[in-house]
Design a binder for this molecule. Sequence first.
Ligand code: 8Y4
Length: 273
Amino acid sequence: MTPIALPPPKLAGGPYIMGILNVTPDSFSDGGVSEGAAAPRGLAMLEAGADIIDVGGESTRPGAAPVEEREEMARVVPVIAALRAATRAPISVDTMKPSVAIAAISAGASMWNDVNALRAPGALETAASLHRPVVLMHMQGEPRSMQAEPRYDDVVAEVIAFLQARVRAAEERGIEDIWVDPGIGFGKTLEHNLALLRATARIVEETRKPVLIGASRKRFIQALDERAKDAGKSRLGGSIAAALIAAHGNAGMVRVHDVAETAQALKVWRATL
Ligand code: 8Y4
């Protein structure tokens, strides 16, 4: 299978749009997509303006239990293969497991999106062997318990230091194409999330890596708007606002559920530059 490389981030033209394709039975925000319906949804997101589709089979929502390796593979591999058969567009795989990343890349994925920043045993070696771009995301704790009591002295400085350390570890292994992500919602309070979103430009400058921001439909929006209790379209306005803030801070990519709406908002923003 021909690997499709992601071109460098279009810093002047605004961020790439990563469309979220959850392949989990419990995916809250889009009702859980069965394997057969998933690839068409990915293609629809590409038609709506997505630059890359992020396929994930392990729920990383706060409190979520880990998913077994074989189960996760059975969810994501057929969807990635079906997408790849239908498009040359870049595909990323959202997984913390090296074995799943290997299977996903073999099935046609272009990029490894790791919310655990390659901290699993063997992950750095695996990523080096795959020769694909990786996303290194910050998370305090683990999904099961991360929202229990997030604590930082200086959240922006600490997240940047973590990302710099993970970039160094990856580069020491020869990994070349690295994105970083402050991990909105991953072991963070509302104030932590807002501080990180506000600091997007600083994260770009101090890591000197392209930055991915994933704020779409996350709980911090509900914390600012009590009417956004449902994790679906009720959080659309806040999600678009967050994407524009990320764009203003020179984020290289935004990870979103609502591709058409975000693409339109970014077109308006871009036209004013
Ligand atoms: C509603 C909808 C409520 C979604 C919560 C959520 C990120 C990520 C996730 C991110 C990168 C999520 C896999 C959590 N978030 N990968 N993955 N960056 N790189 N929660 O921010 O979407 S899953």
